[in-house]
Design a protein around this ligand. Structure first.
Ligand SMILES: NC(=O)c1ccc[n+]([C@@H]2O[C@H](COP(=O)([O-])OP(=O)(O)OC[C@H]3O[C@@H](n4cnc5c(N)ncnc54)[C@H](O)[C@@H]3O)[C@@H](O)[C@H]2O)c1
Length: 253
């Protein structure tokens, strides 16, 4: 049996094909865990599995807003053993728009990916965790779920929903051994920023981000993953319903 802080653990990580989810999967595997690498993008999911030690990762490809995909993620985990870690990392920003021109379909899609996906997955694993008296769920929200971010309305609403879903679940399940916590990243250098980088005023936007974060730069995915790994690990055994900004100081002001 491998040694490490996640030895013997089976983890499901959504959005593990890229960025923060990938860095989290790598950290879990380094700690001896086995990971279900969930992502809608097959090439990226396979790439993540290839970065893990042989046998440590299994890719499950599909859109996590579909309940059959949640079924497949959980079934793949259970084939390895009961899942004791769930990291809800996949997210969708939906871009900026004036509120009056926000398309209802886009609004719904943002809520579906950021809240509906976690709803399906949490619902499938949390009772089992509680019955076994052991489980850690880490939701990846955003600074935009704590403070208002002008222009990204659907995403801000969804991430704030995730923050308070974390708290409600944490209170309900704490006494049964399931810890539910949440990480709120500041701006992080991942594929998530692809549209921002392509924008004509990208330089201005990044300068604003740097100003918002007193540390003066955006984060690396690994810096966010470290916080997720901590909350997923037994080192965080007394952390329940924590909403942890990992934001270079953005929300300290
Ligand atoms: N990068 C940032 O600046 C930032 C800031 C705050 C919060 N976040 C949050 O961090 C999380 C991870 O983002 P990231 O920066 O690593 O982005 P990323 O784009 O690098 O990775 C997200 C991954 O999720 C997958 N995904 C998206 N929708 C999916 C779906 N419906 N089903 C399955 N997989 C899906 C994508 O294919 C992608 O591989 C997201 O929840 C995001 O909202 C990111």
């Amino acid at each position: 049996m491998s040694e490490g802080r996640f030895a013997g653990s089976v983890a499901i990580v959504t959005g593990a094909g890229s960025g923060i989810g990938r860095a989290t999967a790598i950290g879990l595997a380094e700690g001896g865990g086995r990971i279900i690498v969930g992502d809608v993008n097959r090439a990226r999911a396979d790439e993540t599995v290839a970065l893990l030690p042989p046998g440590a990762g299994v890719a499950v490809v599909g859109d996590l807003t579909e309940s059959v995909v949640a079924d497949a993620l959980v079934a793949a985990a259970e084939a390895l053993g009961p899942p004791d870690i769930l990291v809800n990392c996949a997210g969708y920003g939906g871009g900026r728009a004036a509120f009056g021109s926000f398309e209802p379909m886009l609004w719904n899609r943002i809520q579906e990916v950021n809240l509906g996906g976690p709803f399906h997955l949490i619902g499938r694993v949390i009772e089992g965790m509680a019955q076994r008296g052991r489980g850690a769920i880490v939701n990846v929200a955003s600074v935009a779920g704590i403070v208002g971010e002008p222009g990204i309305f659907g995403y801000s609403a969804a991430k704030a929903g995730m923050v308070n879903l974390t708290r409600a679940l944490a209170l309900h399940y704490a006494a049964r051994g399931v810890r539910v916590n949440c990480v709120c990243p500041g701006v992080t250098d991942t594929n998530f920023l692809v549209n921002v980088r392509a924008a004509p005023d990208a330089e201005e936007i990044f300068a604003r981000y740097a100003r918002l974060m007193p540390i003066g730069r955006i984060a690396r995915a690994e810096e966010i993953a470290e916080a997720i790994l901590f909350l997923a690990s037994d080192a965080a055994s007394f952390c329940v319903g924590v909403v942890l900004p990992v934001d270079g100081g953005w929300t300290a002001g």
